[in-house]
Design a protein. Structure first.
Length: 249
């Protein structure tokens, strides 16, 4: 299995110690990931450090170095309890909201990034949740890719190309054919977690490919059976996570 990397929750006020540690590892192992930038962060859980005034210059420098950038929602605030068309979570910034409201949010996020010199046609939904209206607006605004879904290769649905993430991390390191994405979250990484990631990157260095390679792959139309299976897998994973949380409490 070939592996790409995406990192969520990139903001000017993120956990910079953790982010810098990951960037150092990416450089060490030649990994060129996708970074999901929240245009106008209002999620207090993501605000961990003082905002870096050079944030956008740093992001543009990384993009020039081969990183891909995505728009990660708008405010990263969950307003509904809907899972949408990829229900990994029972909450969303977008799913279940009107077309007009979603267009307002997505236009705001896109404009803010572009005002700061960030141009991208890749969208990353907070919580992985979005619906048909989200996809419709994204297409109208010139986005081409959504980083989500399950599968062994990029696929097309509703006029957009979907770039699948891994269903279970252990599948990434199997002998299966195909490509999938390892999802990382930048904030609150412990030293032990960082050391474990370093070992993983070292062990599987030959499996990693630049995220940009996904964009060059042929994407075939997703068939109804695959769509139904994907929805069931995502919903099943959501309920498994709920059950685990309930057992812990």
């Amino acid at each position: 299995m070939k592996i790409t990397v995406r990192m969520d929750d990139i903001t000017p006020d993120m956990d910079w110690k953790s982010f810098d540690a990951f960037v150092e590892m990416f450089c060490k192992y030649g990994i060129k990931p996708l970074l999901g930038i929240v245009p106008c962060n209002r999620d207090p859980k993501l605000a961990l450090d003082a905002p870096d005034p050079t944030f956008y210059e740093k992001m543009k420098a990384l993009q020039k170095d081969g990183y891909c950038l995505a728009m990660h929602g708008c405010y990263h605030v969950y307003e509904t309890k809907k899972g949408g068309c990829f229900p990994l979570n029972p909450k969303s910034e977008f799913a279940g909201r009107s077309y007009e409201k979603q267009r307002e949010l997505l236009q705001t996020g896109k404009a803010y990034l572009e005002e700061n010199g960030i141009y991208t046609d890749i969208f990353m939904a907070p919580g992985h949740t979005l619906d048909k209206n989200t996809v419709k607006v994204l297409k109208e605004l010139g986005f081409c890719y959504i980083t989500d879904g399950y599968g062994k290769a990029p696929y097309k649905r509703r006029g957009m190309t979907w770039l699948p993430i891994s269903f279970l991390q252990r599948f990434l390191f199997s002998e299966r054919e195909g490509t999938a994405t390892l999802v990382l979250h930048v904030n609150n990484s412990t030293q032990k977690e960082l050391e474990d990631y370093d070992k993983m990157f070292a062990q599987y260095q030959g499996n990693f490919i630049p995220y940009s390679a996904l964009l060059e792959m042929e994407a075939k139309q997703q068939n109804p059976a695959a769509r139904l299976a994907e929805y069931g897998m995502a919903l099943g994973k959501q309920w498994a996570a709920r059950l685990l949380r309930a057992l812990r409490h």
